[in-house]
Design a binder for this molecule. Sequence first.
Ligand code: DER
Length: 265
Amino acid sequence: NLVEQSKRSAAFAAVDKHVGPTVRVLGVGSGSTVVYAAERLLELKRLNKLHPELLCVPTSFQSKQLIVDAGLRASDLDDLPELDPGSGSFASIDVTIDGADEVDAELNAIKGGGGAHLREKLVAAASRKLVLIADYRKDSEVLGDKWDKGVPVEVSPLAWSTIKRQLERMVPKSRVQGVSTADAAAAFEFNHPIAVLRQAVRKAGPVVTDNGNFILDVSMGKIYDPLAVEQLIKMVPGVIEVGIFSSMAAEAWFGNEDGSIACRY
Ligand code: DER
């Protein structure tokens, strides 16, 4: 169908552009779009177009399965040396290819629809370059405009209901140094965010992430200042990671409805 075809087009284009014989360490994201990236990696491997010693860094149990099923070698993030010792960068991964739930005009992204955003952000942060791949439904101007399931927030199960209450009291106009609240711009749309504990479908009770935590999906409408919101949420005690990736992606590849491919960078 159109959506799956557009995921596949974006995934193939991004892998072909970024994963060649010189890539030694590749971060592999999670979700359904990355499945097509793994399909392309398997093809390239068969064509001997990959580095013979290519190491792939997973971002979830699912991602690890994709790597193994593609006949590639998986490595843990903390087993890897830094690529450019002595430089400003601490990167240990050449490039990471990952999906997204929504990408705005400045390449900020909402991630975590698949519940993998903690390890995805760790791997992305350790990468020289993060490349997002998505179907046309994710191609947006402002976060929260197309993705209406809220911002995924991984939280400690110990205090999830307290954290829920705190997140629902977040104020759109947080006081900016020296600027009165009245003049501060709104960081997000809703006056009263709604935080919902993500329930599992094929298991009774809440979703438990690969890391043993819960997820609160926080609906706050349009997100005008992703970095401010990411910081605001991250400061709440017990929040482990926020599914807002502010200014982390270098490129985003979208499969369009008409079969064409667009790359935002
Ligand atoms: O959970 C995640 O972060 C995934 O990357 C998600 O954002 C994209 O999943 P999809 O490719 O199945 O839409």
